[in-house]
Write a protein that binds this ligand. Structure first.
Ligand SMILES: Nc1ncnc2c1ncn2[C@@H]1O[C@H](COP(=O)(O)OP(=O)(O)OP(=O)(O)O)[C@@H](O)[C@H]1O
Ligand SMILES: [Mg+2]
Length: 283
């Protein structure tokens, strides 16, 4: 890789404990390997339940690492805890899907943005200066400081969540479906904001989405997850336009197109692929 590797995940296995007495554990990730360079975006696509959020959570230290290795800047962080995790939170941040539940509804925006700064030991005055900068960076008005999350639209709330993630100038942000809850035109604007921020700060993203059009737009490389495994990864354009794996082709065909004739032929092709897969599976 020409750019400096920031995050490296090797053969990661995540088992969730089974529910109930003697229940077998559930293997949510099964030998996942990915790499993200400094300033790079890796798009992660896959259907619901394929393990995308679990991979993000494992990187954030929120899902159990059963086997395998997670390295950040060459250091093993798979089992980091306590003090080490707190210091990692400067470097690795997160933006979640739902802008309505990810912000504390009773806190003013200024306090939401100040929190990570104060926790890391900045003074109130330093925090205040940084917050003004952050609001500008995500194109929110200065008077947002004294308002509550409920005073903002979904897209604006996501801007607040992005500002909060940026507060400590992280090197990597795990973005878990950050535009999926937004309408199409808002999606496009928030995606452009992610791109602008990357240009300005050099932050890297692990960008989770079930939408191939979204990941194509934002990613340098794309990894495709299917039932806890990465089935295909490579440069964004070939993976999202001429995928090699039948599952990725099915994902591609599942995204809606405006033309009804094309839509019908894609549906037929998708069916044929699914049948072919089922036949192979029973062989
Ligand atoms: N805490 C948990 N305990 C047990 N099983 C879990 C837990 N979290 C997730 N799972 C299971 O692990 C699998 C992967 O879940 P995950 O949330 O990572 O999928 P996803 O790809 O993010 O899906 P979606 O697109 O719906 O967000 C699913 O089968 C899910 O039911
Ligand atoms: Mg998820």
């Amino acid at each position: 890789m020409s750019i400096q590797t920031l995050l490296q995940v090797n053969d990661l296995v995540v088992d969730y404990p089974g529910k109930g007495f003697r229940a077998a554990p559930f293997r949510a990730l099964d030998g996942v390997s990915i790499e993200i360079g400094a300033g790079e975006t890796l798009g992660l696509v896959g259907e619901s339940g394929s393990g995308k959020t679990t991979l993000g959570r494992a990187i954030l230290g929120l899902a159990p690492v059963t086997k395998g290795r997670i390295q950040f800047e060459g250091e093993d962080i798979g089992s980091a805890s306590g003090k080490k995790r707190r210091s990692l939170s400067k470097d690795i941040q997160v933006v979640f899907q739902d802008p309505y539940t990810s912000l504390n509804p009773s806190m003013e925006v200024g306090d939401i943005l100040a929190e990570p700064l104060i926790v890391q030991g900045r003074s109130r005055i330093e925090a205040r200066a940084r917050i003004v900068e952050l609001l500008e960076q995500v194109a929110l008005p200065k008077d947002a400081l004294h308002r509550l999350p409920r005073d903002f639209s979904g897209g604006q709330r996501q801007r607040i969540a992005i500002a909060r993630a940026l507060a400590l100038s992280p090197k990597l942000i795990v973005c878990d479906e950050p535009v999926s809850a937004l309408d199409l035109s808002t999606q496009a604007r928030v995606l452009d904001l992610f791109l602008d921020i990357q240009q300005a700060t050099g932050v890297a993203y692990l960008f989770v989405s079930h939408d191939l059009d979204v990941v194509r737009h934002i990613s340098h490389r794309v990894a495709v997850m299917y039932r806890g495994e990465i089935v295909e990864q490579g440069d964004a354009l070939p993976v999202t336009t001429t995928p090699r794996h039948p599952y990725t082709r099915r994902l591609l065909l599942a995204s809606p197109v405006p033309d009804p004739d094309r839509q019908a032929s894609r549906r037929a092709e998708r069916k044929a692929l699914a049948t072919a897969e089922a036949t192979t599976a029973t062989l």
